[in-house]
Design a protein around this ligand. Structure first.
Ligand code: ADP
Ligand code: MG
Length: 701
């Protein structure tokens, strides 16, 4: 019943007419009373704190200063007039500016009176000013009149046009909260709240909007963050629970001649401990009678491909087919070549299916697949088209998962009556908090060990002015028989300019490294497919010394002889991209180098990115830093997933809360899988409210 109240359309709130309601819906996603209650401030203005003028800097949002006002002056004529005044405290002085309302203002300030001035400081020339400050005389009442922490809400141009700036939204909440209070139901059981000393939902929702002080705000924030993360985790975990309970999995009983033959004869090296451990985990999953859904994280070059191949061989040994899906044609092709090569002595047929597979070939391939003759198929997302029918698909390996949507993953699973086992591999280590949220329903394996003998890549940062030295270094390496990548950024906004950078760069490199002593390849996205392949092939075969390219090579080719990666305008790349690019070298036995070129003037974040790259080769450390610098919304591949549209929690900052929330959710589900105990009634109720998927509820009850 109380939910009904919170579902009341927003236009029924006093102060919201049809027009305001439209804007609230369109601009802020606020449809109901409940939505407004959960429209949280994105920050607060602390009116309990007074700043000294000397402390002011341009990064400060809003500040409150106590001081005396003098030197009121009018400048300019008519339309360009403005009024200025000087605000002084014992540490210094700054300017206040007004562009209207002079008459009224001019006579309202008294020299001997101390004022409270409130506003947003801006740098003006070499000093600070505040435009249109709020000004009031210091009186005992003025200091404590308002609640100390004032909420600031996200607004928009259209909302502001309807009087709904931050303050306007605050006023709506002031109207709504008192009348809604009686209808706010608790959504977490006492057993969860008590040990953490978290406030109830009613109290939290009140204090998140109108906190009396920073302590109540902290508690309210913690409660609401916990709640948000708790329900996401609970939902993921119960999905996993259902999958394990209800959907059976193929049982791979034997390890047979395919696997053993490869292990004893096909492998030219000893598996690392981490590779063996992961294979054991996969073996156990495929024996369990339940569908495997495993995420395999391992840095570039950690040897995931072998693990993928051996997992597919487990399927083959038990009479099943297997497939491997890659995000790009280049990568699919490379996998096809290396897997065919690995398996060539075992007489196992491997097929390749991509968007550019010719019709006749495609027909043949699909037929062989359906009849079960073709055992291993490698390709792009062409693999999940409906026409692709396997006779008995037992194992799906997805490489570079973050580029595929979750929907695509689900589609693959549903092929065949019993779903195939799924191994998702990613070379972009994902920060823990994102993995827990984005892939919270998967089991996770990590290859945290590189094959032996690898030398860590040496990374340096060089300014553009040192280019000649870099050229000299490249020459030395080429003399030693090595090959070099030079990569240019290609960022869509200014594709033309980027392409010009690339071709200019190519020309200057050709000048520095002329024929016949040197040969230079160039590859970029605007080239024809065949041209690109030709150039790549020449580099792979060692016929060219330098490969000038855009990021098309990011997930592309494997050239063990390449030992130098020069990244131009490195300040324009994101951290994970830099790390991916660096992973193109260091694949052979030689010492490899990564040279990050940049201009001299760098933003703070850019400098931190480059420093991080120089400091560490550890992909997980880099991923964590990426998350800190960019925030979760920008991490590759996660943008489209609604899962990260969090209302209040922040995956860059709230790892401890997330861990705790996940652990609590696990505990509750393990003690009471169907959430039928009386104490869990509130949880069940809230889950239904949040995720109305009928499938789950029909299965569980
Ligand atoms: P990634 O995890 O980036 O996909 P790959 O599977 O491509 O890594 O492996 C990188 C290189 O390391 C390949 O040339 C592969 O043959 C080699 N490799 C993989 N595992 C081992 C190992 N245990 N010992 C030595 N070399 C290995
Ligand atoms: Mg790989």
């Amino acid at each position: 019943m109380n939910q009904e109240y919170l579902n009341t359309p927003i236009e029924f709130l006093k102060g919201v007419g049809p027009q305001r309601a439209d804007q609230l819906k369109q601009e802020a996603g606020i449809y109901t009373f409940g939505d407004l209650l959960e429209f949280f401030p994105f920050r607060y203005i602390d009116r309990s704190r007074f700043y000294k003028i000397r402390e002011i800097n341009a990064d400060m949002p809003y500040v409150q200063i106590r001081g005396f006002i003098s030197d009121i002056e009018l400048h300019g004529h008519r339309r360009t007039t403005r009024m200025t005044a000087t605000l002084r405290d014992e540490t210094g002085s700054m300017e206040l500016v007004w562009f209207r309302g002079f008459k009224w203002l001019k006579n309202s300030f008294k020299k001997e009176v101390e004022y409270i001035v409130f506003g947003k400081p801006a740098l003006f020339g070499r000093s600070y000013n505040i435009a249109h400050p709020e000004v009031e005389p210091v009186t005992p009442g003025a200091i404590n009149q308002e609640s100390a922490m004032q909420p600031v809400y996200n607004s928009s141009e259209k909302l502001r046009a309807r009087g709904l700036d931050s303050k306007g939204i605050g006023r709506l909440l002031k109207t709504l909260l008192p009348q809604a209070k009686a209808h706010i139901r608790e959504t977490l059981p006492e057993e969860v709240l008590k040990p953490l000393r978290l406030p109830g939902r009613k109290e939290a929702l009140t204090n998140i909007h109108f906190p009396s002080d920073s302590k109540t705000l902290r508690k309210a924030t913690a409660r609401l963050k916990f709640e948000e993360l708790f329900y996401i985790q609970l939902n993921l975990l119960r999905h996993k629970q259902i999958r394990l309970e209800k959907s059976g999995g193929h049982i791979f009983e034997k390890i047979g001649e395919n696997f053993n033959g490869f292990y004893h004869q096909g492998l030219s090296f000893e598996l690392t401990g981490a590779q063996k451990r992961v294979l054991k985990e996969i073996r156990q999953d495929t024996l369990s009678g339940r569908q495997m859904n495993r995420l395999l994280q391992g840095d570039v070059g950690s040897g995931k491909t072998v693990v993928a191949v051996m997992s597919m061989l487990m399927a083959l040994d038990n009479g099943f087919q297997a497939c491997l899906m890659a995000p790009t044609e280049i990568l699919a092709f490379q996998h096809f070549e290396s897997v065919s090569n690995m398996l060539k002595n075992q007489g196992i047929n491997v097929g390749l299916l991509t968007g550019s597979t010719k019709t006749a070939q495609r027909k043949e391939l699909l037929k062989a697949l359906k009849e079960g003759e073709l055992k291993i198929l490698i390709g792009t997302h062409a693999l999940i088209e409906d026409v692709v029918q396997f006779e008995r698909l037992g194992m799906v390996v997805v490489d570079e998962q973050h580029r595929f949507g979750v929907a695509q993953r689900a589609r693959l699973w549903s092929k065949g009556k019993t779903p195939p086992h799924v191994l998702v591999m990613t070379a972009t280590p994902i920060p823990r908090t994102l993995a827990m949220t984005f892939y919270g329903d998967l089991d996770v394996s990590i290859i945290d060990e590189l094959p032996p003998g690898r030398k860590p890549i040496k990374t340096v940062h060089q300014y553009d002015a040192n280019r000649l030295r870099v050229f000299g270094f490249m020459r030395d390496q080429i003399k030693l028989g090595r090959q070099v990548y030079v990569v240019y950024p290609l960022i869509n906004e200014s594709e033309k300019l980027d392409l010009k950078d690339l071709t200019d760069g190519y020309e200057s490199i050709v000048r520095e490294f002329p024929l016949p002593d040197y040969a230079v390849s160039i590859v970029h996205g605007k080239m024809k497919h065949a041209e690109k392949d030709y150039e790549m092939q020449r580099f792979v075969e060692g016929k060219t010394h330098i490969m000038v390219a855009t990021t098309v090579i990011e997930v592309g080719i494997d050239v063990p002889n390449a030992s130098v990666m020069v990244i131009e305008s490195a300040e324009r790349f994101g951290l994970s991209q830099l790390h991916q690019l660096r992973g193109r070298v260091g694949r052979g036995a030689d010492q490899s180098y990564c040279i990050l070129m940049s201009k001299t003037e760098l933003s703070n974040d850019a400098r931190k990115r480059l420093q991080t790259m120089v400091r560490t080769n550890d992909g997980f450390e880099i991923a964590e830093m990426d998350l800190q610098l960019r925030g979760p919304g920008d991490i590759q591949g996660t943008q489209q997933s609604g899962i990260l549209d969090l209302k209040i929690a922040d995956l860059a900052k709230d790892e401890p809360i997330l861990k705790y929330a996940r652990q609590q959710a696990m505990e509750i589900l393990s003690k009471d899988p169907s959430l039928s105990q009386p104490s869990n009634k509130v949880i069940l109720h809230r889950l239904k409210e949040l995720y109305h998927d009928k499938l789950f509820w029909s299965r569980i009850s």
